[in-house]
Design a protein around this ligand. Structure first.
Ligand code: ATP
Length: 243
């Protein structure tokens, strides 16, 4: 029988160690430690303004000033630019989706393919399968889609870049329940296919709990609790997340 101590440790996909970040004089992150395992979904939770988006932006190399280290597939990425991080396999869907409103859905997808090349084009069918509405709306301008459709397009576009880590900032914000369900299904399907981990910032706790394996709760720039998502009980939610 193999004892627990002999089980080989899983090498994390992403490790954040002692991460501090600030905007000008205001310190936003005060020493964050976080691990994302391969093929896992991590929910990042916390009340408004505690630093969740800033942590995502730090991982993507978009914060003006950071200290500490961020390792991706065993390599420090802290000094890499955001485009270099993207090429290593970090895909980011910011809050508000960031699609091109004046381009058609197809053109929005082509922008991703122009970066990812053939490998991206080969994933188009997968995106259409995950989000059929994206295929139905190919000729429409991005700006006329509903919020939920834009979110599906934004996630689809990120998938075309073949990310190993997909970072989603509030994917359910302002979206109707039926589309939230489709996004949850897509997360489960993507995970099942393997080779992808996801970090999602989420205010909608039922979704966060159902979609994720592990959670981290932030408060004023610190991790105050982390664990397996099934441990997200009403007590925990009441103590750390209720406004
Ligand atoms: N560009 C900026 N310049 C200065 N301060 C900023 C900037 N962006 C965010 N902040 C501040 O940093 C703090 C953390 O913001 P952040 O967006 O990371 O929090 P959050 O947990 O994602 O909040 P929310 O749930 O409201 O999106 C907030 O106090 C916010 O006002």
């Amino acid at each position: 029988m193999i004892s627990e101590s002999e089980t080989p440790a899983v090498t994390p996909l992403l490790t954040v160690e002692g991460l501090k970040a600030s905007y000008d004089e205001s310190i936003i992150l005060r020493g964050i430690d976080m691990v994302v395992k391969p093929n896992s979904v991590v929910a990042l939770l916390g009340r408004n303004g505690v630093g969740k988006t800033s942590l995502l932006r730090s991982i993507m190399g978009l914060m003006p000033k950071t200290e500490g280290d961020i390792t991706f597939e065993g390599q420090s990425i802290r000094s890499l630019r955001s485009d270099q991080r993207a090429r290593m396999g970090l895909g980011y869907v910011p809050q508000g989706r960031d699609i091109f409103p004046n381009l058609t859905v197809q053109e929005n997808l082509e922008v991703s393919i122009s970066i990812s090349g053939k490998a991206g084009r080969e994933r188009l069918d997968e995106v259409y399968e995950l989000f059929p509405v994206v295929k139905e709306m190919l000729g429409r301008k991005g700006g006329v889609l509903s919020g939920g459709q834009q979110q599906q397009l934004a996630i689809g576009r990120a998938i075309l870049t073949n990310p190993k880590l997909l970072i989603l900032d509030e994917p359910t914000e302002g979206i109707q329940p039926s589309i939230i369900d489709q996004i949850e299904d897509a997360i489960h399907l993507l995970k099942k296919r393997g080779n992808l981990s996801i970090i999602l910032v989420e205010q909608y706790l039922d979704f966060a709990k159902a979609a994720s394996d592990e959670f981290y709760i932030l408060d004023r720039g610190n991790v105050v609790l982390s664990g397996e998502s099934e441990e997200l009980t009403a007590d925990v939610i009441g103590k750390y997340l209720t406004v």
